[in-house]
Design a protein. Sequence first.
Length: 96
Amino acid sequence: MNLLSLTTFLISLLHVLLPSTTAAPYNATDIIVLNCGASSTTTSLDGRKWEADLLFKYSPFNDKNASFPSNASSEHPSVPMVPYFSGRIIFKELIN
Ligand SMILES: *[C@@H]1O[C@H](CO)[C@@H](O)[C@H](O)[C@H]1NC(C)=O
Ligand SMILES: *[C@@H]1O[C@H](CO)[C@@H](O)[C@H](O)[C@H]1NC(C)=O
Ligand SMILES: *[C@@H]1O[C@H](CO)[C@@H](O)[C@H](O)[C@H]1NC(C)=O
């Protein structure tokens, strides 16, 4: 195999190995952003709406004793309140 045919072969191989388009392989029908520990829907600085995890329709929190919400005791000014101010502490298996 001379250099030219080797180069042609490698370029053809690249066409096979690399995807020909950059189209998304899957388009999500639901885009869900959950704010753990929040008690109501909130909006972050970038405009995204964050649903409170307890109010979320697919939430597995059937047993309220399995977890509890908690807020940060302090917040650094460079950290956005939504979604970093609240969290959920889970200490027991959640059953759906
Ligand atoms: C996802 O949506 C984009 C833009 O509408 C489209 O070009 C692409 O083909 C879609 N991909 C699938 C897997 O449906
Ligand atoms: C949650 O905890 C309370 C107080 O300990 C208890 O009375 C109740 O039965 C518990 N609920 C469940 C679903 O385990
Ligand atoms: C966290 O803070 C929010 C906003 O101040 C408040 O509504 C919520 O009750 C607090 N949650 C807890 C667990 O303290």
